[in-house]
Design a protein around this ligand. Structure first.
Ligand code: DGL
Length: 266
């Protein structure tokens, strides 16, 4: 098992959404060896209880530690609001990166003063999200939109069917009608719908997501602890709690590389 700087980084999402974050990490930190777990057998987290999500996050964190991971990235907004505090408490010395909707940069960027947030029900209903709005969005109007059903489309590799188009259109329209000029993608699955979204919104509306910021935060944490890898990186390894065959089939659509895919053991 690789140790020290050569140890891998574990990246986790409820499903394939975290691949949008994995891509940013690989872009910024090409020397890092990466492990990816998608809890695809339990999506959508957006409609699950915080207790359930915390329990799954503990299971995956233990798995990453058994694999010798030097850090963990929660590449899932819903898992972060439910579980990051619990994981930080439990694994005090282990670098953990969570993610949250980009309210601060959006509030700074908006010219109309109206910001839209597309996210899961779990994220939007959380106390952590309410605290984020209190802290950074007191001077702007924030319109939130839960998006049930979108995650399932992306998990199926459906990024452009009439059904996903109609679903997304229905979620975006109220935000545009409210005068939003800045849209936050507050779920790591949604960046895969950016090309479709771009066809539905005026060019003047900005789309903001957090994958790149998460990669920078990981770089900062590893750097502070002298844990940045010198490379070369080993091939990314994938685990899924649903069918490995299914993930193998949709990885070419969402990831465009053929790495190893195994069944997540628990
Ligand atoms: N990808 C997750 C997020 O960032 C949520 C998807 C789900 O509902 O499972 O919030």
């Amino acid at each position: 098992m690789a140790e020290g700087t050569a140890a891998p980084v574990g990246v986790f999402d409820s499903g394939v959404g975290g691949l949008s974050v994995l891509a940013e990490i690989q872009r910024l930190l090409p020397n890092e060896s990466l492990l990816y777990v998608g809890d695809c057998g339990h999506i959508p987290y957006g409609e699950k209880s915080p207790e359930f999500i915390r329990q799954r996050c503990r299971v995956v964190a233990e798995f990453f530690r058994e694999q010798g991971a030097k850090a963990m990235v929660l590449a899932c907004n819903t898992a972060t609001v439910a579980a990051v505090a619990d994981l930080r408490e439990h694994y005090r010395q282990w670098p953990l990166v969570g993610m949250e909707p980009a309210v601060k940069p959006a509030a700074a960027a908006t010219r109309s003063g109206v910001v839209g947030v597309l996210a899961t029900t779990g994220t939007l209903q959380s106390a952590k999200f309410a605290a984020l709005l209190d802290r950074f969005a007191s001077d702007v109007q924030v319109v939130t939109q839960p998006c049930p059903g979108l995650v399932e489309c992306i998990e199926a590799g459906d990024l452009n069917s009439p059904a996903v188009r109609e679903l997304l259109q229905g979620y975006v329209k109220p935000l545009l009608d409210a005068g939003c000029d800045t849209l936050i993608l507050g779920c790591t699955h949604y960046p895969f719908l950016k090309p479709l979204l771009a066809q539905m919104i005026p060019a003047s509306v900005a789309i903001i997501d957090t994958g790149a910021a998460v990669a920078r935060q990981l770089q900062r944490l590893l750097g502070e602890r002298q844990l940045l890898a010198a490379g070369p990186a080993r091939a990314t390894q994938f685990w899924t709690s649903a069918s490995p065959e299914h993930l193998r089939n949709i990885l070419p659509i969402l990831w465009n590389k053929s790495d190893s895919v195994r069944s997540f053991p628990v």
